[in-house]
Ligand binder design. Structure first.
Ligand code: NAD
Length: 346
């Protein structure tokens, strides 16, 4: 008996690029933010856990699972700040959705691009609830792989169209300027962090360095600013001076994970913070007033990846942008797994 094929849709890097182009980067980010928002609204329906991290001197490899009663998802992701020296990405990822009822995979997808998109979509979603209304100017400190995605998400979701860029490597800022040309931004490249944050209502920090870095010092953060802290996402890897945290209203994705990985690892474990889903559902207040400093202490949480994979899954049948993978050994007679080898030998 020939084996039946139980094929799993696979979204390659090439398919993801085509999908993003077919939808358009900004509409993709807006739709993705909608999926993240929808899943944050049903936060309590998820089986949640802090990600499982394997740390080394060079970086971290993480598994990020989340599931509801129908779908299970996980992402494999790494973070290796030294990689770019050898021409590699700091962050790469892939992910899976599976059917809770059978355990069979439903989707396998590249997630390096998708992580940049979902991180930016989540940052902008958080800012829509936390940033000062009408904010138009954002400083981006760290102009690497994530930077343009952040810029475009804030433009698409909040109307931010003035960027002030700073990176210790001028070539990174120049790359951002080139990539964002003609996309509706007024861009200034700053010579220092101090200069970059001048007049910015939103400050995004998205640097990569495996240490307690001080990208922003306390004196650089005035009242009313929203900080989108993206790069501090591992034990011993932070970006903000602790005094900023003490003056800020702090919003996180999932407390048990962020206490270990986020900027708040610098604070006592009982320091009050609010989970973003509580603001989205109206269970907790967001920005308290014009003078408040709000901080989204982003580390990246599994529910965002679940939402991103769900979004991609909903797009691929319509667009045909996937291929079928022969990933599952699934003999017609379920107990005759060994027989598959004998039949293949014949
Ligand atoms: P990247 O290596 O491509 O870019 C990082 C940039 O930061 C580089 O251009 C580097 O020159 C710059 N930089 C380093 N130190 C700096 C400093 N002191 N001041 C100014 N610039 C500095 O990395 P990436 O893929 O853009 O990721 C950036 C960070 O975001 C990483 O730390 C990564 O782990 C984190 N990240 C977080 C999430 C999340 O969900 N929160 C998701 C993806 C990536």
């Amino acid at each position: 008996m020939d084996r039946k094929l139980n094929l799993v849709p696979f979204v390659s890097v090439d398919h993801m690029l085509k999908l993003v182009l077919a939808i358009g980067v900004e509409p993709f980010l807006v739709a993705l933010a909608g999926y993240v928002e929808a899943d944050f609204r049903r936060w309590e329906a998820f089986d949640k856990t802090a990600r499982v991290a394997a740390h080394s001197a060079e970086g971290v490899i993480e598994l990020m699972p989340a599931s509801d009663d129908k779908i299970y998802g996980f992402k494999y992701v790494n973070g290796h700040p030294g990689n770019t020296r050898d021409g590699r990405q700091t962050v790469t990822a892939f992910g899976v959705l599976a059917d809770v009822a059978t355990g069979y995979p439903l989707l396998l997808s590249e997630m390096t691009l998708l992580t940049a998109l979902r991180t930016a979509a989540t940052s902008a979603l958080a800012a829509r609830y936390l940033a000062p209304p009408g904010a138009q100017t954002m400083a981006i400190i760290g102009n690497g792989a994530q930077a343009e995605f952040q810029a475009l998400a804030f433009k698409a979701l909040l109307g931010v169209d003035r960027l002030r860029l700073y990176d210790i490597d001028r070539a990174a800022s120049d790359k951002c300027v080139r990539n964002l040309a003609g996309m509706g931004f007024d861009i200034t490249v700053a010579g220092s962090v101090e200069e970059a944050v001048l007049g910015a209502q939103i400050v995004t920090t998205v640097t990569a360095d495996k240490q307690y870095a001080t990208i922003l010092t306390d004196n650089l953060v005035g009242p009313g600013v929203h900080i989108n802290g993206v790069g501090g996402d591992c034990p011993g890897k932070t970006e903000l001076h602790v005094d900023i945290l003490k003056r800020s209203d702090i919003f996180v994705e999932y407390k048990p994970q962020t206490r270990v990985e986020g900027e708040i690892q610098q604070l006592p474990p009982d320091h009050p913070v609010t989970e973003l889903w509580q603001v989205i559902t109206g269970a907790a207040p967001g920005r308290r007033g014009a003078g408040a400093i709000t901080l989204f202490d982003s580390v990246g949480f599994a529910v965002e990846d679940f939402a991103a994979l769900r979004y991609v899954k909903d797009q691929i049948q319509r667009t045909g942008l996937y291929e079928d993978l022969d990933l599952l050994a699934d003999p017609d007679e379920p107990r005759d797994l060994f027989g598959m080898i004998l039949r293949a030998a014949r």
